[in-house]
Design a protein around this ligand. Structure first.
Ligand code: AMP
Length: 282
């Protein structure tokens, strides 16, 4: 495994592999890697010959009051996990390598990014789309893997690739969970033990929605009410949103006629958690 902190040598190494006919798989991350990230790495490995993981806490996707400064940075243990998983290259740039002073060009998706987290985190998805576009141009992967955990992000990246003609296949990998249901997240380490317990309300509420859906419920208001009731049973859970949206265009739906997603953002103490479940009609 090789670690690159600058663009030019990474490009040179990837160019020669590409010329030798190797397919490149890419997993962009912000580090503090967990089993969810590693599942994405394995998926990349199944679909490519060379696997690149980027580890970059992207300042452009954090709001001024968000956790950019305290976001966990644990490069040594991340690198050990990557080596163990057979990652070929890590790209771990400093901010200055990615954004020169006065950086002024942005990639902004303007439809899917409007609701859900986009409505509550202004500029977030512009920061995500911009850094992912840059990383795609640096790595030039054949395939890139994203997690369903960040459902809106994954749909925005798919839309960006389609509309800006990136020749990259995007794979969305299902959310990896702890045995008790909590979706793995780098931010879970902010949770105190009591909060960790309370955080189970998200996956519990989603399971409730999925069970009702499986039993034939198609009315979004009733599904939403059941999710809200489940979350309300945990007093420390402050709901930011509960939404039921079309799985592709992310528009709110009233009656579910095709694939939909229940998406949640909930604060447990100071920690904002998101999770979702796909309600597949077929
Ligand atoms: P992050 O480091 O949080 O920016 O996440 C990097 C990638 O890992 C994104 O594509 C996430 O959607 C994905 N990811 C994060 N948590 C999980 C999880 N629990 N299961 C599957 N993928 C995940």
């Amino acid at each position: 495994m090789e670690v690159f902190t600058t663009i030019a040598p990474l490009r040179a190494a990837l160019d020669s592999l590409r010329q030798a006919g190797r397919r490149i798989g890419f997993v962009p991350t912000m580090g503090c890697l967990h089993a969810g990230h590693m599942a994405l790495v394995r998926e990349a490995r199944r679909n490519a010959d060379t696997v690149v993981v980027s580890i970059f806490v992207n300042p452009a996707q954090f709001g001024p009051a968000e956790d950019f400064n305290r976001y966990p940075r644990v490069f040594e243990s991340d690198a050990a996990l990557c080596a163990e998983a057979g990652v070929d290259f890590i790209f771990h740039p400093e901010t200055a390598e990615m954004y020169r002073p006065g950086f002024s060009v942005w990639v902004e998706e303007t439809e899917l990014a409007r609701g859900l987290c986009g409505a509550r985190r202004p500029g977030h998805f512009r920061g995500v789309a911009t850094v992912v576009a840059k990383l795609f141009n640096i790595v030039r992967p054949d395939v890139a893997v994203f997690g369903q955990k960040d459902y809106q992000q994954a749909r925005i990246i798919i839309r960006m690739v389609e509309e800006l003609d990136f020749p990259i296949r995007i794979i969305i990998h299902p959310t990896v969970r702890e045995a008790d249901g909590l979706a793995l997240s780098s931010r879970n380490r902010y949770l105190a033990p009591r909060e960790r317990q309370d955080a189970l309300c998200l996956s519990r509420a989603l399971r409730r929605a999925s069970a009702l859906f499986a039993a034939g419920e198609r009315d979004a208001a009733r599904l939403r009410a059941a999710v809200a009731a489940e979350l309300a049973a945990t007093p420390s859970a402050a709901v930011e949103y509960i939404e039921i949206v079309d799985a592709e265009n992310l528009a709110p739906v009233a009656a579910i006629a095709r694939d939909a997603v229940v998406a949640l953002a909930v604060r447990i103490g100071a920690t904002r958690l998101i999770d979702n479940a796909v309600l597949a009609s077929a």
